[in-house]
Design a protein around this ligand. Sequence first.
Ligand SMILES: [Zn+2]
Length: 181
Amino acid sequence: MYCPRCLQRIHRGANDCPHCDFSLPVLLAELDDAQLVGPCLSDSAGALKAKERRALNHLLERFRYQFPQVSVAVHFETLPFETDLRERAFFLQNGYQCSGSDVPVEQSLTVLLDMEKKEITMCYGYAFEEMLSEQMTFDLLVKTHPYLLQSQYLRAIKVLLVAVAKVLRRSGKRIWRSSND
Ligand SMILES: [Zn+2]
């Protein structure tokens, strides 16, 4: 996995980054709403209209149906200027669970959009690291940029989910825990 602060590779499951001392437990303690449970789509920023929200919920539902081994959470937030987008995504990935989902954190994926800076990032568990390099992740996120610039957030997420689905179809089968493990 990669350190969300200095972006260096760190040992999977490590609590602290040996390069910059970034500490996940400290981050979780700093943000005292650790281990939140909530809907797969959260829009505290009010980025989506009611109709778009329904459409995105429907998309996420279809995604869950197609990939029941995977949990995807999408968050629209308005972050304080000094908050680092990747750190916040890392926190949500490790500290937020979709209600009703029993998918382990290793197989979950978090998409975070900051409405303040109009930025998007994606953070995911270990299972994805075997099929998604940093470069591929970057390439997937770049696909959403034209839509973000036009404030077409639903479209942006749709493009991203289609691209992630393609990756999962191509390489996911080898990786997921089988049900009789
Ligand atoms: Zn670091």
